[in-house]
Design a protein around this ligand. Structure first.
Ligand code: ADP
Ligand code: MG
Length: 255
């Protein structure tokens, strides 16, 4: 498989997240239709598609925030657990960054990042703190460590949310429109952090309308429409040579 990213040696590894014939309904609404998707270790998959096509539900299902009725989802060959400690571990292993930053408002930035590792990963406070500072530095907000979320810009808060997920040493990171709620001038600072993460070899599933990011960072683009994966391809092929009418129509509206 070709690696469209600039980083040499970040070739794709073994299958990591594997969805087979996954179906989900919300009442009468068939929201995920026979979804088959394999994400490999180190792969960056960008999911695009019209509003309401099931992109968020797909992410939430992989993190078991939603149940599914049929099919299988495995991570490293293990079927997703549905409850108990195994579920808590899954949520830590599968990092998720949402459109809204979801930081704890009454905790400092540093506490937001150290909480999970201390509570869920049972790390010692000092160790969690030094790792958190390292990650905050990596996303460029280490100088804000003792502030509260409300004192930071949206772009800074979203970068903290990314650091918080990374602090759990996730197996895979899911991003659901992480820049959609940001003022335009803050979008790039978040995309830059995500691009760096992609280059570092993190396995990522990213729902976004940022086609520049998709072209630059994605190994593969998956196009969803009406609950189904309609087509998938390398970004180069997808953006220049989309096959389905629905994808062509969608690209015509956003590009
Ligand atoms: P996207 O992220 O692509 O915009 P979503 O996954 O949010 O799409 O939604 C897919 C469809 O499922 C939409 O029709 C939406 O209204 C519906 N939906 C999403 N969440 C729920 C829910 N909790 N209950 C009922 N319907 C839902
Ligand atoms: Mg959505």
């Amino acid at each position: 498989m070709t690696d469209s990213r600039e980083s040499p040696g970040s070739g794709l590894g073994a299958p990591l997240v594997v969805l087979k014939d996954v179906n989900k309904h919300f009442g009468d609404l068939h929201v995920l239709k026979d979804i088959n998707l394999t994400v490999h270790e180190g792969e960056v998959v960008v999911v695009i598609g019209p509003s309401g096509s099931g992109k968020s539900t797909l992410c939430r299902t992989i993190n078991r925030l939603e149940s599914y009725e049929s099919g299988t989802i495995t991570i490293h060959d293990d079927e997703l657990p549905s409850e108990g400690k195994a579920l808590a571990k899954l949520r830590a292993d599968v990092g998720m960054v949402f459109q809204s930053f979801n930081l704890f408002s009454h905790k400092t930035i540093l506490e937001n990042v150290t909480m999970g590792p201390i509570k869920v990963r049972k790390k010692k406070a000092a160790e969690a703190r030094s790792r958190a500072m390292e990650l905050l530095k990596r996303v460029g907000v280490d100088h804000q460590a003792d502030k509260y979320p409300a004192q930071l810009s949206g772009g800074q808060q979203q970068r903290v949310a990314i650091a918080r997920s990374l602090a759990m040493d996730p197996t895979v990171m899911l991003f659901d429109e992480p820049t959609s709620a940001l003022d335009p001038e803050m979008i790039n600072e978040v995309l830059d952090v995500m691009t760096q993460l992609a280059k570092s070899g993190m396995t990522m599933i990213v729902v976004t309308h940022e086609m520049g990011f998709a072209r630059k960072a994605a190994d593969r683009v998956v196009f969803m429409s009406d609950g189904a994966i309609v087509e998938e391809n390398t970004p180069e092929e997808f953006f220049t040579n989309a096959q389905s009418e629905r994808a062509k129509d969608f690209l015509g509206k956003i590009l």
